[in-house]
Write a protein that binds this ligand. Sequence first.
Ligand SMILES: NC(=O)c1ccc[n+]([C@@H]2O[C@H](COP(=O)([O-])OP(=O)(O)OC[C@H]3O[C@@H](n4cnc5c(N)ncnc54)[C@H](O)[C@@H]3O)[C@@H](O)[C@H]2O)c1
Length: 458
Amino acid sequence: MSYTRRDAIRTLGIAAGASAFHIPDLAKLLGELPNPLHKTLDRPITAITLGAGARGNVYGNYAISNPDQIDIVGVAEPIPLRNERYSKKHNIAAENRFITWEHVFLKPKFADAIIITTPDHLHYGPCMKALAMGYDVLLEKPMAQTEKECRDILALTKKTGAIVGLCHVLRYAPYFIKLKELIHNGSIGDLISIQHFEPIQHIHMAHSFVRGNWHNSKASTPIILAKSCHDLDIMRWLVGKPSVRVAAFGNLKWFNKQNAPAGSTARCHDGCAIESNCPYSAVKIYLRERTYTYVFDLPEQKELVPDAIMNYLKTTNYGRCVYRMDNDQCDHYVMSLLFEGGITASFNMEAFTGYHGRRTRVMGSMGDLTGDMDQFTHTDFRTGKTTNWDSKSLDEGIYKNHGHGGGDYRLMQDWVQAVAQKDSSLLTSTIDASIESHLMGFAAEKSRKNKKIIDVKL
Ligand SMILES: NC(=O)c1ccc[n+]([C@@H]2O[C@H](COP(=O)([O-])OP(=O)(O)OC[C@H]3O[C@@H](n4cnc5c(N)ncnc54)[C@H](O)[C@@H]3O)[C@@H](O)[C@H]2O)c1
């Protein structure tokens, strides 16, 4: 049985008297139904984007699709082509275009909010400055590089009363919203434990965490935060109670010099003897198969694209051998978690899979849930009945097919409303709620490195 819009409307009706949590979430889930807490805005909120890369463009594109909600009026971006393209797309005045984030704050406040989509090591500085100047903020995950910095951001957010949304977009994906609803509406009895698996997929791992922006944990953040703060956050959110203790293991087992095959070279195109047979060949991934090329600023003329890609492979880390990089991120990671009330969870992050898509099993006293982000099954032990839910039919609304299971745009919708109404209760992923997953991640790293079980202190 699949879950249709009609079922959702019916559930919305049933849930209306049940719990305050269900009503806005289901309305958002449907997309087409107005969230009763959302208002028609007198004017779009205004925002300045710091970092016009992949994420800056996701949120920027929301503004293009919803000009009545948000207007991007400034940008800071050091790569000239990106700065140019973004400014043109959003019609940004010359005096509001900047090379680096610091320049934005030399000018008196000129928008409602700042969107921080710079690399991980450039989250703390701009966020603290934006808060000090009275801006509201949309902050990409991870919040910051250290526990102290995360706590500083939380403290300044509270002091200023600013609206700060953290981009834990999975909280806004209908699939996870529905899982949470079933966990908390009695469908599985008492929640006992969770198994959550994040299969990164081997090429994605090589692209982002061996060659890419997150290959060095000190220059960015450890992979348990850079990649998995989403998962720690979603487990915490599903459980609905704080985590109290964690233990973690993990290491970099495969992508290192000891495993470099005989005949391999520093760059894949440099006459590597095994290039044609290597799953991680940069020539195969970027040039022959044209995957993950979104990180390159490619020319619009198609005939110039192959040379442009080859130039990137010759001059950037994206052309380097995965066994000869200066990477240090774990390529497999396991974690055990204890939550308040004796609820336990186990988490696996794994590079070596042929597939993406988080897998989650939720075990309760009266039923269980098993899902893979495409669909999930609920088994009720009391009746023996199994019910299948399909993510596609859950995601029928206006944000269908958008990134992160529809989460990217739903997050933006709520954040815009929270800023416009000056009401952080309209946000699911506030800084208050989101800091916990970061503290869990920092505790995991302490556990992994010091071989100890670590208490999570909020
Ligand atoms: N929420 C999610 O699901 C999600 C997904 C991917 C990435 N992220 C996070 O979003 C952030 C951005 O990731 P991305 O994939 O868009 O990276 P990106 O490299 O595509 O974009 C970052 C941009 O910031 C620019 N930049 C660098 N220094 C700058 C400076 N001093 N001032 C202004 N801009 C500067 C870069 O030139 C680049 O264009 C990262 O922290 C990443 O971890 C979140």
